[in-house]
Design a protein around this ligand. Structure first.
Ligand code: AHR
Length: 506
């Protein structure tokens, strides 16, 4: 008989990465497919409220405790006229959305989205159109949303029934402006100048806002790194965050390799942080540029289906990835990566939230349910707030097609702000063997295991559906226990684990 695989972790109370910004657990809703229409908004649905928002969906979003939601795109924003979506509904135009080749009815716009955000206890992260439009539309939107009253756009908002300003704090300066698929794509210089001027003027309208400038749309772009350096060279003192986007897929059904892609996310973050620091040094700036990982997820299941969709319909089922167990494991590894890099990444948005590459799925007119990836995101959002501890992890490693030295154990720990709760997040990437896990607690006394939550399934391709919504769901039968100042647990093969420790009364 072979020995079980072992992995260890050491946590020390004073070895800290830093405070996690709650906005690390943000998400994204784009005017795309059934994210808005048939997702958050569906008048006539049995659970719809007076404004047409689905209560069943709102309840699932509240369960996730999402602190911030990016809106309205995405590729959509690069052709969007925000004015189309405000004021009396009967006067709102139907438009061609060239990004997704659909028809946008504009039934939902800025004000309705702010209403929905309040309903689900979240903040709006608003993107402006720097594709087909520019400074003027951007500054007018900031005035419309954030100026109290007494000017054309603030009074327009008031005339639309919103006496109080929306006070939207975080704004994105366009979306993926390096991508040829983007309406109004630009070179780094063209975008850098456009973003610089828009940023300057938007902050003149409201100096309290924070701005996210576009990094590359992925690290695979040919202009990656040079784009970041040039854009930051032009905008460094005007913006607060640089964006990163990434999506992964298991197209060749090589799961050990697929699960290793969070290592790519990790090195992407480190590279972008290094570019930011290069520009900081070059400019002799005292300011540190933080990162907004405002699109991240698994995305590939729906690619073929999307090619079959007829253009120019309203709210077609686009990007409806049905997530399986192994997707949840990679999402767990990506969440651990974000926590580990939370000294630099202050905002992150799971892309997206409802129906479109999303943790929440709906039937139009019918049921809503949790996809597999709902669970690691839920656990991270609930228990991953506080101080990220700096773990020392020892684990066996493997090589895969694209990666070397992939640790079987991916793990992180977060201490709550009052230091009464300590949560260990761990993925066992080994698809065949369970793992004996030991975590030494130094300076962290009096903790006992409250709960060891496990997400696992014999079939890595298992999914949830409207008819079988709990096929892949977590249980709390994990084995973790504290013995002699050490947390000991068996981590099942291919599992996501959340070990919740609580300090006993002293
Ligand atoms: O999230 C789906 C799309 O992915 C977004 O619209 C775009 O920004 C990215 O390419």
């Amino acid at each position: 008989m072979t020995e079980p695989r072992r992995a260890t972790m050491i946590l020390e109370r004073d070895y800290r990465i830093g405070e996690i910004d709650d906005r690390l657990y943000g998400a994204f809703v784009e005017h795309l497919g059934r994210a808005v229409y048939g997702g958050i908004y569906e008048p006539g649905h049995p659970t719809a409220d007076a404004a047409g928002f689905r209560e069943d969906v709102a309840e699932l979003v509240r369960e996730l405790r999402v602190p911030i939601v990016r809106y309205p795109g995405g590729n959509f924003v690069s052709g969007y006229n925000w004015e189309d979506g405000v004021g009396p509904r009967e006067r709102r135009p139907r438009r061609l959305d060239l990004a997704w080749r659909t028809i946008e009815t504009n039934e939902v716009g800025v004000n309705e989205f702010v209403d929905w955000a309040r309903k689900v206890n979240t903040e709006v992260m608003m993107a402006v159109n720097l594709g087909s439009r520019g400074i003027d539309a951007a500054r007018n939107l900031v005035e419309y949303c954030n100026h109290p009253s007494g000017t054309y756009y603030s009074d327009l908002r008031r005339s639309h029934g919103y006496a109080e300003p929306h006070k939207i704090k975080v704004w994105c300066l366009g979306n993926e402006m390096d991508g040829p698929w983007q309406i109004g794509a630009k070179t780094a210089y063209e975008y850098g100048r456009a973003a610089q001027e828009a940023a300057k003027v938007m902050k003149w309208v409201d100096p309290t806002i924070e701005l996210v400038v576009c990094g590359s749309s992925s690290s695979a772009m040919p202009t990656f790194a040079e784009w970041e350096a040039q854009v930051l060279d032009l905008t460094y003192e005007h913006v607060d965050y640089l964006s990163l986007h990434t999506y992964y897929g298991n197209r060749d059904n090589d799961t050990p390799n697929f699960l290793a892609w969070s290592l790519n996310m990790d090195s992407f973050i480190q590279s972008v942080a290094a570019i930011c620091d290069y520009v900081k040094a070059k400019k002799r700036s005292k300011k540190t540029m933080y990162l907004s990982f405002d699109e991240w997820n698994v995305w590939y299941h729906s690619n073929e289906q999307d090619r079959q969709i007829e253009p120019w319909s309203t709210a077609p089922p686009l990007l409806e990835d049905i997530y399986n167990m192994e997707d949840a494991l990679l999402v767990g590894c990506m969440l651990i990566t974000l926590m580990r890099r939370s000294d630099r990444v202050k905002i992150a948005c799971l892309a997206q939230l409802i129906n479109v590459i999303a943790p929440i799925m709906t039937e139009t007119g019918g049921r809503a349910w949790r996809q597999t990836i709902f669970y690691p995101f839920l656990h991270a959002s609930l228990y991953g707030r506080g101080t990220a501890l700096l773990p020392v992890v020892h684990s066996d490693k493997y090589d895969s097609k694209d990666f070397t030295d992939v640790p079987y154990l991916e793990a992180m720990a977060v201490l709550s702000r009052d230091e009464q709760e300590l949560t260990i997040f761990a993925v066992n990437r080994d698809l065949k063997e369970s793992m004996d896990f030991t975590c030494e607690l130094r300076g962290l006394t009096g903790f006992a295991v409250q709960e060891h939550i496990v997400l696992e399934h014999d079939d890595l391709k298992a999914v949830n559906s409207a008819g079988n919504p709990n096929n892949v769901a977590p249980h709390a039968r994990g084995s973790a226990a504290v013995e002699d100042g050490k947390v000991k647990a068996k981590l099942s093969k291919a599992s996501w684990n959340v070990i919740r420790l609580v300090r006993a009364q002293q």
